[in-house]
Design a protein around this ligand. Structure first.
Ligand SMILES: [Mg+2]
Length: 209
């Protein structure tokens, strides 16, 4: 009986320690994004990527693969307007509106890659019906050179994200690109082969596995 009581108390204590209050969590995330910490961390990651890039000698066909959401485009204003919640239909409307903003530190890396003659590829889990909206959104916020934009097709449906992204990168390499850098906000953006230097950006809004 005493053992059971101890077990119960231990479980109760662990439970309480591990569980965050939802309002507190939202306020922490809001402060992270809105008080300059996110921007600062992004700049640190990008500075490190630029340093690594400076050591590379660029060859013809060298390419960098950028993810889209929370990498080149920020959906923060939409997510904050949803009180950090998610509804697929409203999310899809948001994507079709093409109102996502550029993530400026990432734009800095994009500009540097272009100036070095690196081809710039975009690879996203967004679906092919959203191609035009995504393409226009990227162009409108300053990603004026888009070598290739790869989306999820109906044939890719059900493929886990890391496999989908790896397959597409391997297809791009078969076409003659050599991927020297892979930039994303999720680990699933850079798992498997054909990544080159991995540039992992912070994302405290959601997790894609
Ligand atoms: Mg992303």
């Amino acid at each position: 009986m005493r053992l059971l009581a101890i077990l119960f108390l231990t479980t109760a204590v662990l439970y309480s320690q591990d569980c965050t209050n939802l309002t507190t969590a939202k306020n922490t995330v809001k402060a992270y994004y809105e008080n300059g910490v996110y921007e600062k961390e992004l700049n640190m990651v990008i500075d490190s990527a630029l340093y690594k890039l400076s050591a590379l000698s660029i060859q013809k066909g060298d390419a960098a693969v950028f993810d889209v959401d929370e990498t080149t485009l920020s959906n923060y204003s939409h997510i904050a307007s949803m009180d950090y919640g998610f509804r697929l239909d409203i999310w899809n409307d948001w994507i079709m509106s093409g109102k996502a903003s550029a993530i400026m530190p990432v734009k800095r890396l994009y500009d540097s890659l272009l100036s070095r003659g690196v081809r710039v590829l975009f690879l996203t889990g967004r679906i092919s019906e959203q191609y035009t909206a995504t393409y226009k959104n990227l162009k409108n916020v300053g990603y004026s050179v888009i070598d290739t934009l790869v989306m999820k097709t109906p044939q890719d449906k059900g493929t886990p994200m890391p496999i989908f992204k790896e397959n597409k990168r391997l297809e791009l390499e078969k076409k003659g690109y050599r991927i020297i850098m892979c930039i994303g906000d999720q680990l699933t953006d850079m798992q498997g082969k054909a990544t080159g230097i991995k540039v992992k950006l912070p994302n405290h809004l959601y997790l894609v596995d």
